[in-house]
Design a protein around this ligand. Structure first.
Ligand code: GDP
Ligand code: IMO
Ligand code: MG
Length: 426
C-alpha cells in the first residue's frame, strides 16, 4: 500500500485539494505537512463546494483519518471555526489528529505579518496576512509556541511574555496597539481542553500505519515556486512545500515514500508579488482569469495568469523527484486556435532550458514559446484519454516530454468526478 506525496508544482492553487480528495477516496490517512491557513484548497462533491484552509482536504473522504503534521502552523481560532463549519455541513471530523510539535500562530503574529508588509512598502510580498511568516520565524528563532505548550500554562505564559515583548515595541513604533501577554495566554489556554484529545505523535502514528500496510497521502500547501529554499525568494512562503518538507513536516523517512505527485495547471497562475515569466498582463490574461475562475480561495484576490511554463515544471520535477504529474484545468484551455507553451527562457540574449542560477536572471527571463494546436470540442465530459480530441492528447504528450515526467491524471472540471485517470496510483 503506497505512501504518496501530493504537492504544488507551480505557484499554488493548482488543484491540490481536488487531487488529494480524488486520490484520497481509497486512502486511510491524509497528512498535511506544511503551511497553515494561507492555503485554500477547494473540493467540489456533487456540485457542493468545500473550501479548506487548515484542515486536510482528505477530511471529506469517508473513513480517512486526517492529520495535521508538525510542519504545519496552526491558528487555533481558525481550526475550531473550520471544524465547526465542516461538522455543521455533515463532515465527520472526529478522527482529526494534530502533532504535539506543531507550532501555534498566536494573534500577535497576524499583526506582525501586517506590520511587516506595511514596513516593506512597495517591496511587499503580498502575503495572505495570516501570520505565517512571523510564526515560522519564531520557530526558527526558538521562541515559538507549540501545541504541547497549551498543557503547561506556566511555561506558556512565560514563553508568550518573552516572544511578545520585542513585538510590542514594534507595534508601538508603527502606531499599532501593543498586546497584553496575559490576555494572549488566556486566549490560547481557552482552546487547550478542546485540542487535547486530538494531540499525538504524528511520526509514530504515520510510521505505524505504514508498517500495517495502510495508505497514506501527504498533502502539501502552497507550491514548489513558493518554497522558502527553492522558490522565487523573497516572494515565497516561509515553509518547504516541496517533497523534503513532507518528510520533515511529518516525521517520515524518504525510504517510506512510493510516489511523489506534482499538481500543475495546464497553464499558470500566481497570487501576490514576484517574478512570473509567462505572465499575460493583458486582455488575453484577463480572459484566461475569467475563464478559469482565477480568484483566490483564501483572500479573494485576482490571480495573475499566464501560459504553461515547462522550465518551471522541469524544475519542479527535479526538486521534488516527481514520479507523476496531476494536470488540472485542461478544460479551461478549450477554444484557443493555438496554445503557447514556454519551452525555454532567453536571459541576456542566451537561451536556457534550466532555471537561471540567480533570481535576477529569472526576473529578466523572456519566455521562448512553442505554439501547439488548440481544440474547440467541449472536453468536460471526457473520462478517458482516448475520448480527448487529438490536439488535446498531443498537448498532453508534449507537456510530458518537456516536463520529464508522466501525466498521471487530467482534470477536465472542478467536480470530484471530472478527472481522467490514466495511471491509477491506489
Ligand atoms: P489548491 O490550492 O491547489 O487546492 O487549488 P485551489 O482550490 O485554490 O484552486 C483550484 C481551483 O480550480 C478550484 O476552484 C477548483 O475547484 C478548480 N479546479 C480544480 N481542478 C479543476 C479542473 O480540472 N478543471 C476546472 N475547471 N477547475 C478545476
Ligand atoms: P494553496 O495551498 C497561492 C502566496 C501569497 C504570497 C506568498 C507569501 O492554496 O496553493 P504567506 O501568507 O504564505 O506568507 O504569503 O505566498 N501564497 C499562496 N499563493 N496559493 C497558496 O496556497 C498560497 N499560500 C501563500 O499570495 O505571495
Ligand atoms: Mg489554493
Amino acid at each position: 500500500m503506497p505512501a504518496i506525496i501530493v504537492l504544488g508544482a507551480q505557484w499554488g492553487d493548482e488543484g491540490k485539494g481536488k487531487a488529494t480528495d480524488q486520490l484520497g477516496q481509497n486512502t486511510d490517512y491524509v497528512v498535511k505537512f506544511n503551511g497553515g491557513n494561507n492555503a485554500g484548497h477547494t473540493v467540489v462533491i456533487d456540485g457542493e463546494k468545500y473550501a479548506l484552509h487548515l484542515l486536510p482536504a482528505g477530511i471529506l473522504s469517508e473513513g480517512v483519518t486526517p492529520i495535521i503534521g508538525n510542519g504545519v502552523v496552526v491558528d487555533l481560532e481558525v481550526l475550531f471555526d473550520e471544524l465547526h463549519e465542516m461538522t455543521s455541513r455533515g463532515v465527520d471530523c472526529s478522527r482529526l489528529l494534530i502533532s504535539s510539535n506543531a507550532h501555534i500562530i498566536p494573534s500577535y503574529n497576524r499583526l506582525m505579518d501586517q506590520a511587516n508588509e506595511r514596513a516593506r512598502g512597495k517591496n511587499q510580498i503580498g502575503t495572505t496576512g495570516r501570520g505565517i511568516g512571523p510564526t515560522y520565524a519564531d520557530k526558527m528563532n526558538r521562541i515559538g509556541l507549540r501545541i504541547q505548550d497549551l498543557f503547561d500554562p506556566e511555561s506558556l505564559s512565560f514563553k508568550v511574555e518573552a516572544a511578545l515583548a520585542p513585538k510590542n515595541e514594534i507595534f508601538t513604533a508603527v502606531g499599532m496597539d501593543p498586546l497584553d501577554p496575559a490576555l494572549v495566554t488566556a486566549e490560547l489556554l481557552s482552546y487547550a481542553e478542546r485540542v487535547r484529545p486530538m494531540v499525538c505523535d504524528v511520526s509514530l502514528v504515520v510510521n505505524e500505519a505504514l508498517d500495517r500496510g495502510s495508505t497514506v497521502l501527504f498533502e502539501g500547501g502552497q507550491a514548489t515556486m513558493l518554497d522558502i529554499d527553492h522558490g522565487t525568494y523573497p516572494f515565497v512562503t516561509s515553509s518547504n512545500p516541496t517533497a523534503g518538507g513532507a518528510l520533515t513536516g511529518s516525521g517520515v523517512g524518504p525510504t517510506r515514500i512510493d510516489r511523489v505527485v506534482g499538481v500543475a495547471k495546464a497553464y499558470t497562475t500566481r497570487v501576490g508579488e514576484g517574478p512570473f515569466p509567462t505572465e499575460l498582463d493583458n486582455e488575453v490574461g484577463e480572459a484566461l482569469r475569467l475563464k478559469g475562475g482565477e480568484f483566490g480561495v483564501t483572500t479573494g484576490r485576482a490571480r495573475r495568469t499566464g501560459w504553461f511554463d515547462a522550465v518551471v515544471m522541469r524544475y519542479a520535477t527535479r526538486i521534488n523527484g516527481l514520479t507523476d504529474i496531476c494536470l488540472t484545468k485542461l478544460d479551461v484551455l478549450t477554444g484557443y486556435d493555438t496554445i503557447p507553451v514556454c519551452v525555454a527562457y532567453e536571459v541576456d540574449g542566451v537561451r536556457t532550458e534550466e532555471m537561471p542560477v540567480d533570481q535576477k536572471g529569472f526576473t529578466q527571463a523572456l519566455p521562448v514559446y512553442e505554439e501547439l494546436p488548440g481544440w474547440s470540442e467541449d472536453i468536460s465530459e471526457c473520462r478517458s484519454f482516448e475520448e480527448l480530441p487529438d490536439a488535446a492528447r498531443a498537448y498532453i504528450a508534449r507537456l510530458e516530454e518537456l516536463s520529464g515526467c508522466r501525466i498521471q491524471s487530467i482534470g477536465v472540471g472542478a467536480g470530484r468526478e471530472a478527472t481522467i485517470v490514466r495511471y491509477p496510483l491506489i
